[in-house]
Design a protein around this ligand. Structure first.
Ligand code: F0G
Length: 443
C-alpha cells in the first residue's frame, strides 16, 4: 500500500494501516496520513485542465480535482467509475466556488496595497463553511471502513457539514453540542439534515470528550478534526489558493484559530509541497485567536509560565500544556467569545498546529470581539459575507501590520472560513452607531 497512518510524535512514529479508525496512537498522539510516493509536479497542469470538468463531478469538486494529492483510497484517479464508487462528493460542489479575491475595502482597512491582499471565502461551500472540504474526505474514509454512523462535537459548522454529508450518504449522524452556545442558524441546519442532537452541559471541549468516547462504539466514526482524513481534505483550501497564484507562494497565509485543524492542514500541505519540490518558498502561517479563547496565543507567546511552547523538532513541552489545562480547570476559566465558532479552550490539534507553525515560522495573535465584528463587517462592504470568526482574519492582518510583523510589501492570503449564519449579529452591529462601519436605519 502507498498510504498509511503514522504517529506525529517523532520519538514514537508508530505506523498503522490506512483502514484504522482509532485516530490516536497508543502513545496518545494524533496520526498523519502518509504517502510513500511523491506526486509529480506535472499534475499542476492536470489540475488546471480539470477546471473544465468535462462532465465529471470529481473534476468540478474543489477537493477531488486534486485527488492525486489525497489518494488514500488508492484508486485509479482517471477512472470515473472508481471515483464514483469511492469518493464522497456533494455532486462536485465542495470547494467548487472557492478561490481568492481582492477586496479593496478590506485592504484599505488593514492598511495594505489592494494588490497584496487576497481573501478566500470558504463560506460558499454547500453547508456554508470550510468544513465541507475535510468532510468529503473523512466521509470517504468512513465509507471505506463501512461506518454506519458518523459522530462529532461541534461549535456549529462541523455539525452542519457532517449532517449534510450523512444525509446524502444515508448514514446516521450524532452531534454533541455545548447546550445554548451554538448559533441557531447552524443548529437549525443540523436539525434539518436529520442529525441526532446530544446536548452537553459545559463547553465545546466537554462535548468533544463525550463525542470521542461515543465514537469508540462499533460502527461509529468520528469526523472531528482529529480525524486525519479531515486534515487531508482541508489541504485543498491552500491548494486552490496556490493554484490561483500559479503556485507562486505568498508571504503569509492567515487563518482564524479554533481547534487548529486548518492550521494543521495548511502546515501539512506546505510541508508536503516543499518536500515534493512543488514550491521553493515557505509561506508563514498566521493564526488569529479570539481574545476570550486564546490558548494557542497564551502558550505559543510565552504568556504562561514565561515559556514559549514550541513543536521543538517533535519534542514539545507537553507538561506545560497539561499544566495550563489544569489551571483552566482549577480556576474555572472558560473560553468566552461572541465568535462561538472558535470558542474553544483546548484545541485538539494543538501539537500538529505547533508543527505547522515551526515549519512555516508562523505567528499567533489574538483579537477582540469588536475587532472581529469590524473585520466581518468590512468584508460585507466588499459584497462577500462571512461569519464573525472569519472576521478574525482581517482583524488579525490589521493588527500584525500595525506591529510591522506583516510588512507593507508582503503578499497575504486570508481564509474566510464561514458564511454569516447568525443574522442578528449584523443587525445589532449596524444598529449601534458607535460601531466603526455601522449604518443604522433611518426613520
Ligand atoms: N472558522 C469557523 C467558521 C469555524 O467553524 C471554525 C471551527 C474555525 C474557524 C476554527 O477552525 O478548528 O480548524 O482552527 N469550527 C468547529 C466546528 C470547531 O465545530 O464547527 P479550526
Amino acid at each position: 500500500m502507498n498510504s498509511y497512518l503514522k504517529c506525529v510524535n517523532q520519538k514514537c512514529g508508530k505506523e498503522y494501516p490506512i483502514l484504522s479508525t482509532d485516530f490516536k496512537c497508543s502513545c496518545g498522539n494524533l496520526l498523519d496520513v502518509k504517502y510513500k510516493n511523491s506526486p509529480s509536479s506535472n499534475l499542476k497542469e492536470v489540475f488546471y485542465k480539470r477546471r473544465n470538468p468535462e462532465g465529471s463531478i470529481f473534476n468540478e469538486s474543489g477537493v477531488w480535482r486534486f485527488r492525486e494529492l489525497l489518494n488514500f483510497c488508492e484508486i485509479d484517479t482517471e477512472d470515473l467509475e472508481q471515483c464514483s464508487k469511492n469518493l464522497v462528493s456533494l455532486d462536485g460542489s465542495e470547494g467548487r466556488q472557492s478561490k481568492p479575491y481582492h477586496m479593496s475595502k478590506v485592504a484599505s482597512f488593514v492598511g495594505i496595497d489592494n494588490e497584496r491582499l487576497m481573501l478566500q471565502p470558504e463560506g460558499y461551500n454547500p453547508s456554508g463553511s470550510f468544513k465541507d472540504n475535510g468532510m468529503s474526505a473523512a466521509v470517504t474514509h468512513a465509507k471505506m471502513v463501512n461506518a454506519k454512523k458518523i459522530i462529532c462535537a461541534s461549535t456549529g459548522n462541523t455539525s452542519a457539514s457532517a449532517g449534510m454529508f450523512a444525509a446524502n450518504e444515508n448514514m446516521e449522524c450524532d452531534v454533541y453540542i455545548p447546550e445554548g452556545e451554538i448559533s441557531p442558524g447552524k443548529l437549525s441546519q443540523a436539525y434539518q439534515f436529520g442529525t441526532q442532537m446530544i446536548h452537553v452541559k459545559g463547553t465545546f471541549d466537554d462535548a468533544f470528550v463525550k463525542s470521542l468516547n461515543a465514537s469508540k462504539e462499533s460502527g461509529s466514526y468520528t469526523v472531528n478534526s482529529i480525524n486525519p482524513f479531515r486534515i487531508e481534505g482541508q489541504k485543498t483550501i491552500p491548494y486552490r489558493a496556490l493554484e490561483f497564484l500559479n503556485w507562486e507562494v505568498p508571504d503569509w497565509i492567515v487563518y482564524p484559530g479554533g481547534a487548529l485543524g486548518n492550521t494543521s492542514s495548511c502546515g501539512k500541505c506546505i510541508m508536503e509541497l516543499y518536500e515534493w519540490g512543488w514550491i521553493k518558498k515557505i509561506p508563514r502561517i498566521a493564526v488569529i485567536n479570539a481574545e476570550g479563547a486564546n490558548t494557542l496565543d497564551v502558550l505559543y507567546n510565552g504568556k504562561f509560565e514565561d515559556t514559549e511552547l514550541r513543536w521543538n523538532k517533535g519534542d514539545p513541552n507537553v507538561e506545560l500544556i497539561d499544566q495550563y489545562y489544569s489551571k483552566m480547570n482549577d480556576d474555572g476559566i472558560r473560553p468566552q467569545t461572541k465568535a462561538t465558532a472558535i470558542q474553544i479552550g483546548k484545541p485538539a490539534n494543538l501539537l500538529k498546529g505547533l508543527r505547522a507553525l515551526e515549519f512555516t515560522d508562523g505567528v499567533v495573535t489574538s483579537v477582540t470581539d469588536n475587532e472581529m465584528l469590524d473585520g466581518m463587517s468590512i468584508v460585507g462592504l466588499n459584497g462577500f459575507d462571512c461569519e464573525m470568526a472569519s472576521g478574525a482574519v482581517p482583524a488579525g492582518v490589521k493588527k500584525l501590520m500595525g506591529e510591522e510583523i506583516i510588512k507593507k510589501d508582503d503578499t497575504v492570503i486570508g481564509i474566510l472560513t464561514g458564511r454569516q449564519k447568525e443574522p442578528l449579529l449584523p443587525i445589532e452591529y449596524h444598529n449601534n452607531i458607535s460601531n466603526k462601519f455601522a449604518r443604522p436605519p433611518k426613520e
